[in-house]
Design a binder for this molecule. Structure first.
Ligand SMILES: N[C@@H](CCC(=O)N[C@@H](CSC=O)C(=O)NCC(=O)O)C(=O)O
Length: 278
């Protein structure tokens, strides 16, 4: 591991690291915020998954999460959104390839060699975080847009791993919207049956009651992608059918940007703290 940057921040430390990922077959960067020490108690971790075109620094520099994370004693881990490097397949569009890994395991060429963000987030990165930093193994997950989809599928596919999940403007039903259909047809192929295991609405409808964890979603009604790509009401209906504990808040006037997330990130941190410190 190579430390790329370190800054003192709200009496904690904001760091950026590079490491070699065996799962992704490339070097990866991630950012981490370590809150101020609280005696011998190790902080729990909130994983944050960013959206299309992002890397680990969008959330770090724009969301303003560190002040309340420091107050609550929560470590924040921000992975990148795709594998990186000159030999990693890419696309000219912003919504496929680098910066658009969709947090799944690709099965199709030319993507399958590197695009295994699901395995990276489920296994390799948490093991590295546990081994290298003084944090507890209690964790929650959150994300934005493509990263909101990522947070929801990570939680739905891994019962017991996260104590809570939240999202801002998530792509809840990627099998039915253009961003998801473009990504899934490239990464997973044309057999749409294989897409279902990466769709939070399908996963929730197939979930068991004991898997359910507290879930918070914020969605701005001024979001330019709301009708075409996001449609959180579809997940709300799946939650109603399965009695999944989902709180969906429609926030008047807010768009898809980090200004929206900066406005409500404190609520999400406090929501996760209720469950991380139980
Ligand atoms: N360039 C695209 C839209 C790209 C965009 O809005 N990216 C969002 C995430 S969208 C869903 O995953 C983002 O977080 N951008 C980075 C930022 O710092 O704002 C277009 O023009 O339509």
């Amino acid at each position: 591991m190579e430390l790329l940057e370190e800054h003192y921040c709200f009496e904690g430390r904001q760091q950026r690291w590079r490491h070699d990922s065996a799962v992704l077959n490339c070097a990866m960067t991630f950012s981490i915020f370590l809150p101020p020490a609280n005696g011998a108690a190790k902080p729990p971790v909130l994983y944050w998954l960013s959206g299309l075109t992002c890397n680990d620094e969008n959330f770090t520099t724009k969301a303003g999460a560190q002040r309340v994370a420091a107050e609550l004693g929560i470590a924040l881990v921000m992975p990148d959104t795709s594998p990186r490097g000159d030999d990693v397949a890419d696309d000219a569009g912003y919504d496929l390839g680098k910066g658009a890994g969709f947090y799944l395991n690709a099965t199709q060429q030319p993507w399958a060699r590197h695009y295994r963000m699901y395995d990276y987030l489920r296994d390799e990165l948490p093991a590295l975080i546990q081994a290298q930093f003084a944090v507890s193994d209690r964790c929650a997950i959150s994300g934005h847009s493509m990263g909101g989809h990522g947070a929801l599928i990570m939680a739905l596919k891994n019962p017991g791993k996260y104590v809570s999940v939240s999202a801002f403007a998530p792509i809840v039903n990627p099998t039915q919207v253009p961003w998801g259909q473009k990504a899934f047809s490239n990464y997973l192929g044309e057999d749409t049956a294989t897409w279902q295991e990466w769709d939070s609405c399908a996963l929730m409808l197939n979930s068991q009651p004991e898997q359910a964890i507290p879930t918070l979603i914020d969605q701005g009604d001024g979001d330019q992608f709301l009708a075409s790509q996001l449609q959180p009401a579809v997940l709300a209906e799946a939650a109603r059918q399965t009695s999944w504990p989902l709180t969906l808040r429609i926030q008047p006037g807010y768009d898809h940007s980090y200004y929206f997330m900066a406005s409500f990130i404190d609520d999400h941190l406090r929501f996760h703290a209720q469950h991380l410190f139980k």
